[in-house]
Design a protein around this ligand. Structure first.
Ligand code: ATP
Ligand code: MG
Length: 422
């Protein structure tokens, strides 16, 4: 991709109501644009990041056997009455459709998915099953000042699993935990994300949240020493639960746990028959007896993950994208002025593309070197390659990984193989 052709530009100052670090950085870099509080457009570079995150999630969900579907955002009131949640979900966006009909914009999809998949389940032979979707969700959040971390319109992957009994659910739930850990690792958040016990739904003692530790977080969690496990603040008064989580628990031990701020990047629940009761979803067992299907639900926010990466992995120069999430792998900066140097740089660009490396090519003319290098830092591709008359005179390029302090002069011959191996 040529920067001269990119529709967006980096901007020095962003005057918007939202001063969160992720929104500031992503807006300055031209990745997103705020329409109103909690509502963003994704621009070409930002959309590539979001799609990369969503594809990682997709791959990990397919690996555990879930099948992708897409459900409507627009939903009739009746299904929300059936689960008695029309007045209980405080963030539910309600609107009037034609004929004065009450409608909702989906903040989550149990009301749609339960009767939908229920229609395909008759007997034990039809179980277990799992479906997921990656979709735009709507929540009327009272305070949307955290950029992509708390949208009123945002992206969610929500998965729902259907089982004969609690044991089947427990087994799939464990697989889901591992799949989620893979997602955070591939998004560069593996080391900072804790599996966190949080208050449960109606049917299990706890749910599990995935909490990424950062001073910018809105949640408070307590880490169990020497583990990647934590307990959400709201759980901390439940002695029995603490005894089940903290090894060799003695009363008062919880006071020694490290208190950390964190962002909830995922949440998984055992729903039991909470929703299959409402929609009467049953299956015939081996003995022919009818039994309730039990369910699990598994949420993760791709747009919140994007905002979290921007908060957690960035530095004072700008964004820092991990490999699998980055819009492009190499930021090729041309500081060439002569026709012959420019055409050699064009060859480097063509060669990189031909060996399968995705490149953002700063081919802009009339832009100062300082501005180009500043933009490369701000936009945060994992590798920067600078080509100038000086480097070309030595048959070299200047190579630097985004985290490095200094660039190294690398001969053109070895440079391609270094990138391919990387
Ligand atoms: P929070 O407590 O932060 O409001 P939640 O517990 O209501 O979140 P869930 O219903 O568990 O959220 O949603 C599943 C996942 O979707 C969350 O773990 C998060 O990653 C993402 N998510 C939820 N709400 C938002 C939002 N307003 N903006 C962006 N992502 C969100
Ligand atoms: Mg949650």
């Amino acid at each position: 991709m040529r920067l001269s052709a990119l529709v967006t530009k980096t901007v020095k100052d962003v005057s918007q109501s939202d001063v969160s670090r992720n929104a500031q950085l992503l807006t300055k870099a031209g990745f997103v644009d705020q329409l109103m509080a909690g509502v963003y457009s994704y621009l070409p570079m930002g959309l590539r990041v979001l799609s990369n995150i969503e594809n990682i999630i997709r791959e990990e969900m397919e690996t555990i056997g879930a099948q992708e579907i897409l459900m409507p955002a627009l939903q009739p009131r009746e299904i929300w009455d059936q689960t008695e949640r029309w007045d209980k979900v405080d963030v539910l966006f309600k609107l009037k459709g034609a004929g004065d009909r009450d409608l909702a914009l989906g903040p989550t999809h149990e009301e749609v998915v339960t009767p939908l998949i229920g229609r395909f389940i008759q007997s034990y032979r039809d179980l277990p099953k799992a479906v997921y979707q990656i979709q735009t969700k709507f929540r009327n959040e009272p305070c949307a000042k955290s950029g992509l971390l708390r949208g009123r319109e945002f992206r969610m992957k929500d998965m729902y699993s259907f089982h004969m009994d609690q044991r089947g659910l427990d087994d799939f739930y464990k697989l889901a935990i591992e799949a989620y850990k893979n997602v955070y690792r591939r998004c560069g958040l593996g080391d900072s994300t804790l599996l966190t016990y949080a208050s449960g739904g109606v049917f299990s003692k706890y749910s599990h949240e995935f909490q990424t530790v950062t001073p910018y977080g809105e949640d408070i969690v307590y880490r169990v020493p020497d583990t990647d496990i934590a307990i959400n603040k709201e759980l901390m008064n439940d002695r029995d639960a603490l005894a089940g989580i903290i090894p060799n628990y003695k009363e008062g031990d919880e006071k020694n746990l490290e208190e950390l701020k964190a962002i909830e990047v995922g949440n998984i629940f055992k729903l039991g028959s909470r929703f299959t009761d409402s929609f009467n979803v049953e299956y015939a067992g081996v003995d022919g007896e009818k039994r309730k299907v039990v369910m699990g639900c598994y949420g993760i926010g791709p747009s919140r993950i994007m905002g979290t990466i921007a908060e957690v992995l960035s530095d004072d120069r700008g964004l820092v994208w991990p490999d699998e999430v980055a819009p492009y792998h190499v930021h090729l900066v041309s500081l060439c002025r002569d026709e012959s140097d420019i055409s050699r740089c064009e060859e480097i660009y063509a060669k990189l593309k031909s060996i399968g490396i995705s490149v953002l090519y700063d081919d802009r003319q009339g832009v100062q070197a300082g501005q180009k290098l500043g933009d490369a830092d701000l936009m945060g591709m994992p590798r920067r390659v600078v080509v100038s008359a000086k480097t070309l005179a030595d048959n070299c390029v200047e190579f630097m990984a985004r985290g490095d302090k200094e660039a190294t002069l690398t001969p053109l011959q070895t440079f391609y193989s270094v990138l391919v191996e990387d």
